[in-house]
Design a protein. Structure first.
Length: 319
């Protein structure tokens, strides 16, 4: 059905839903999701008797149809929608991409649902980690660099493939001086390591995190504490690696032991090193180019899955 109003062609479309549960998940609590879609696409939406009916300008209705069908794919695969799924699906469709299905879910669960990559870049990233011994992931904030690496590390440890997780960060000062922060050295470096604890605590109970740390199954430490060690049977993540010097990067990479998997993440647009010092993450891209079992994944603004404002903020600063 179509109508012409002014210079716009108004059309109507209907989608039959498979069950009341599917409708409930799609619509959201108190029809929250429908309100979001209505505001974004400027359409009239009516949901009744298992049928979703909407009316608006032809381009918006066609785009909304693609969005709804992609959301239904997620619901039929996972039984739920995450808070950011609508934003991610809309971003994918605006770029001419369909919903991305991972090769297989990561066997780590949040509230009963597996952690999953949600964009084309994130799927490439997860596959690269599974298929290589050393992976460098470079991209802006909010693209899931650390989060997905931690999920894969937990999955690998729980399956018994590797025995230990090591999470490291350079303690580079980007404001306050370490010497002026209160407490002993552990208290001084803990603020730098907090994001790694947060990622873990999102996936497993905080009590379980503490137990793993106490039993030395998970180690979270500043990069400087890794000097002189060789780590076997471990999944090692170096986060915020743009703040490593060239020498620190070499020291870290030579810690690799037998049956070790390493993921190095960072954002080369946010280097906090002293002026004139070269970032080890920038330097290593050329040094290890072409080495087997080493892969590079570059995530972009299209892989941002935080609050929809994060992408606008990144765009504004890059502009």
């Amino acid at each position: 059905m179509s109508d012409v109003q002014g210079n716009s062609t108004i059309i109507e479309n209907k989608i039959q839903l498979e069950s009341d549960n599917e409708a409930s998940v799609l619509f959201g609590n108190h029809d929250k999701n429908l309100k979001i879609l209505r505001d974004i696409f400027g359409v009239k939406i009516v949901a009744r008797n298992g049928v979703l009916k909407y009316e608006g300008e032809i381009d918006q209705v066609k785009k909304l149809t693609d969005v709804v069908n992609s959301l239904l794919k997620i619901i039929r695969t996972y039984g739920k929608l995450d808070e950011d799924d609508i934003d991610v699906v809309i971003a994918n469709i605006n770029r001419g991409r369909d919903h991305i299905q991972p090769e297989r879910p990561i066997e780590v669960f949040i509230k009963g649902q597996p952690v999953r990559p949600k964009t084309e870049g994130q799927v490439r990233y997860v596959n690269a980690i599974r298929n290589n011994d050393l992976v460098f992931c470079i991209g802006p904030a909010g693209t899931g660099k650390t989060y997905l690496a931690v999920a894969l590390a937990l999955s690998t440890m729980k399956s018994g493939v590797l025995k230990k997780i090591v999470l490291a960060r350079p303690a580079v000062e980007a404001g306050e001086k370490l010497g002026f922060l209160p407490g002993d050295i552990r208290a001084k470096v803990n603020p730098y390591l907090r994001p790694l604890y947060d990622a873990l605590a999102d996936m497993i109970d905080i009590g379980q995190v503490k137990k793993y740390v106490e039993n030395d199954l998970i180690e979270i430490l500043p990069l400087a504490f890794m000097r002189g060690r060789t780590l076997n049977d471990s999944f090692i993540i170096l986060d915020e690696a743009q703040n490593c010097s060239v020498k620190q990067m070499k020291t870290f990479l030579t810690r690799l032991g037998i049956r070790t998997k390493v993921v190095v993440t960072g954002d080369i647009t946010q280097v906090d090193l002293p002026s004139g010092e070269i970032s080890g993450l920038i330097d290593v891209q050329e040094r290890l180019k072409g080495v087997s079992r080493v892969d590079y994944v570059y995530l972009t603004r299209s892989d941002i899955v935080r609050h929809r404002l994060v992408q606008d903020i990144v765009d504004a600063y890059e502009t």
